[in-house]
Design a protein. Structure first.
Ligand code: NAD
Ligand code: MG
Length: 388
């Protein structure tokens, strides 16, 4: 029987690449539910190709347009957060790919876990903000959380056949982003257009800016801390500009395993869909002949976001939620040219300094911390951009 897949955020970078993988295996996969925010034409096209039972656009006007376009077809159309939750918990789903961006992914991911649906997780912000609650619920419901993020997929793959308890150190690789060799002065002047040109990966706007500030790697350190049983002090970052080694793990005997591949998200996406099996595919394979692979330590002075993420993880409680919210707002303001590139870490630092950490937060406390941080960040951004 075909594996039944639903995708939250099917109109985004990861969502589209997931469908690109799925289309090569029409017998093996069936698509049940797809969601986007407001891209009517792309979702309509995906519905035509994959014939899901449910299509959701969270923007109500966009959902009305989609409904009109799909009139007479069998695919149901829903709108809003209600629609997103219906897609996340769609009856009969074997695996839910969570590929929405940001904090918006938390609620539907938790709903899917509560419904006993296995998760292929791309939305790292879910684990950053509420890792302890998400992982505990997944354990209780015996739900698998299979990472899609390439670094975490690499670690997950290296761990197969090994004892998680024998793991001693994680080395997360980072490309270093487009500004790896920029001085502080040069960083001050970079534009959104420059930040959106990643040297190795093609991704959505928010994660591309996160890669340029290295906040992406900070979020990934916190993501790794929840997925794998190691303290933050045993999770290191290695700058590896070629993005060929996707991460490395060291066992207690000192032996290191790494996973390699081309910088193409369709590899970790495919593995998350076929786990624990491996399937042949037509993706371009890696040729290592003549390739040089380099590794250096990250520069926390020029890329303070990475240090802030570690600090947030050490402080724990609501602090990672606050850093995530401040980052989402700051990145959006940078993309709208309201603040400069170096204002992103500045804004995050200020919000962190204002926050009083709440330990062992429940879900309500996490949502309150997120709302609080967004309000504070908005105020700070207004001051910087001179809008009052
Ligand atoms: P994207 O911006 O390209 O796509 C985001 C998707 O989510 C779109 O379908 C969009 O319509 C939807 N969406 C956005 N805001 C929403 C909201 N408030 N409510 C409901 N839906 C919403 O992003 P992406 O690059 O595909 O990244 C998705 C997630 O995967 C992020 O958490 C990112 O960190 C993670 N990730 C991405 C990559 C990559 O290569 N793109 C790699 C690793 C991890
Ligand atoms: Mg990654």
């Amino acid at each position: 029987m075909a594996k039944r897949i639903s995708i939250l955020g099917s109109t985004g970078s990861i969502g589209c690449q997931t469908l690109d993988v799925i289309k090569d295996y029409p017998e093996e996969f069936q698509v049940l539910a797809l969601t986007g925010r407001k891209n009517v034409s792309l979702l309509a096209q995906q519905v035509k190709t994959f014939q899901p039972e449910l299509a959701v656009l969270t923007d109500p006007e966009a959902a009305r347009q989609l409904s009109r376009l799909l009139h007479g077809q069998t695919t149901r159309v829903l709108a809003g957060e209600e629609g997103l939750l219906a897609a996340a918990t769609y009856p009969g789903t074997d695996l839910l790919v969570t590929a929405v961006v940001g904090f918006a992914g938390l609620k539907p991911t938790l709903a899917a876990i509560d419904a006993g649906i296995d998760i292929a997780l791309a939305n790292k912000e879910t684990l950053v903000t509420a890792g302890s609650i998400v992982m505990q619920r997944a354990r209780e419901r015996k739900v698998d959380i299979i990472p899609i993020d390439s670094e975490h997929s690499a670690i997950f793959q290296c761990l197969q056949g090994n004892e998680p308890g024998d793991l001693q150190r994680i080395m997360l690789t980072a490309s270093g982003g487009p500004f790896r060799n920029y001085s502080k002065e040069e960083l001050a002047g970079v534009s959104p257009e420059q930040a959106l040109k990643h040297p190795n990966w093609s991704m959505g706007a928010k994660i591309t800016v996160d890669s340029a500030t290295m906040m992406n790697k900070g979020l990934e350190v916190l993501e790794a801390h929840w997925l794998f049983p190691l303290p933050l002090t045993s999770i290191e970052v290695l700058v590896h500009p070629q993005s060929v080694v996707h991460s490395l793990i060291e066992f207690k005997d000192g032996s290191i395993l790494a996973q390699l591949g081309p910088p193409d998200m369709r590899f970790p996406i495919l593995y998350s869909l076929t786990y624990p099996k491996r399937w042949s595919n037509n993706l371009p394979k890696l040729d290592l002949v003549g390739r040089e692979l380099a590794f250096t330590a990250p520069d926390l002075e020029r890329f303070p976001c990475l240090a802030y993420a570690y600090e947030a993880g050490e402080k724990g409680g609501t602090m990672p939620t606050v850093v995530n919210a401040a980052n989402e707002m700051a990145v959006a303001a940078f993309l709208q040219k309201k603040i400069g590139f170096l204002d992103i870490p500045r804004v995050i630092r200020q919000v962190m300094d204002l926050h009083q950490v709440r330990k062992n937060p429940d879900l309500d406390a996490i949502f309150s911390a997120d709302t609080w941080a967004r309000q504070e960040t908005q105020g700070i951004i207004r001051t910087i951009s001179g809008i009052s």
